[in-house]
Ligand binder design. Structure first.
Ligand code: PMV
Length: 295
């Protein structure tokens, strides 16, 4: 890391993610596995004479203003945000924005941050959006690749390697999930649901042992989905998309992210049959590729 001259225009980006297993339980200290996907948010900063403002902003989310003020406390910034990530669908859009803001700010100072520094700077921004984030989304957005994560302090972040033994199709309900509310709703059910959270944690350890064996991994994802339904974060639409994926031959499928809407991820060996089945029912679907670890 080096301290260089301030530059007139600087940018940084953060990757989106999918959670293979362990969401919600990870907030309460259990492990989770996530991988970065090839969708991202990019922030470009320019110095300006006026008040800090976001270019082309609809201006509807006060949390965005708060996160920008935290990342850029001095006035006089023009902030441009470009994203290929769907917002509020469990694909880590707020973490990607937090990582992109932290990197762009550092780039303006002529600095390149390592992933731990990005994590430290992006977490306070992610807290503005989510209140009590586990840090999983920020960790994988900053690093790329696949990781096993356990909440800290300090967080335990272990890079995982997978051979490309499966491919991923994302099915989108088109509905927004409110992560902060869903996380609070799960917390309010403790300690009654602690055995379910513990089973999700065990399942993550089992999944880490069979990442390259989709025939073993798939059923674990389906069990994870059922457990998430038991703690109230699935919806009839998400359940129906899991059935759609399994009927089209997926190895396994589950909601990914906070739930309450958002997306289902399905593990497949060939995306074509599921993409066809989704298209026939008017369900938005896309294949997502794993984004490699940031070097
Ligand atoms: O919905 P997303 O993409 O923000 O993912 C949330 C994941 C949770 O485990 C539910 C919360 C967290 O902070 O880990």
């Amino acid at each position: 890391m080096s301290q260089g001259a301030r530059i007139a225009e600087a940018s940084g980006s953060g990757l989106g993610k999918l959670i293979l297993c362990g969401e919600h339980a990870v907030v309460h200290g259990h492990p989770a596995i996530a991988f970065a996907v090839d969708l991202q948010t990019r922030v470009t900063l320019r110095r300006d004479d006026g008040a800090t403002h976001v270019v082309d902003d609809g201006g509807t989310d006060p949390r965005l203003t708060e996160a920008i003020e935290l990342a850029l406390p001095e006035t006089g910034w023009e902030v441009q945000i470009a994203s290929t990530l769907p917002v509020g669908r469990g694909m880590g859009s707020s973490a990607a924005l937090a990582v992109a803001l932290a990197r762009a700010r550092a780039a303006h100072e002529g600095r390149q941050l390592d992933p731990d520094e990005v994590f430290a700077r992006a977490m306070p921004l992610e807290r503005v959006f989510h209140g009590n984030p586990s840090g999983l989304d920020v960790a994988v957005s900053a690093r790329g690749g696949a990781i096993r994560y356990r909440r800290g302090p300090p967080p335990h972040i272990e890079p995982l390697t997978t051979r490309a033994a499966w491919r991923v199709v994302v099915l989108d309900t088109g509905r927004l999930g409110n992560t902060a509310e869903l996380v609070a709703g799960v917390s309010a059910q403790r300690p009654g649901i602690d055995p379910v959270l513990a089973r999700i944690g065990t399942l993550v350890t089992e999944a880490a042992g069979c990442l390259d064996r989709p025939g073993d991994l798939g059923p674990l994802l389906v069990e994870n989905h059922r457990l998430l339904a038991r703690i109230g974060v699935s919806t009839p639409e998400l359940d129906a998309l899991v059935v759609l994926a399994l009927d089209a031959g997926a190895w396994g499928a589950k909601l990914s992210g906070a739930g309450g809407g958002g997306v289902v991820m399905a593990l497949v060996d060939d995306p074509a049959p599921l993409l066809r089945a989704a298209g026939a029912r008017g369900v938005a679907a896309l294949e997502c590729r794993l984004a490699p670890a940031v070097s």
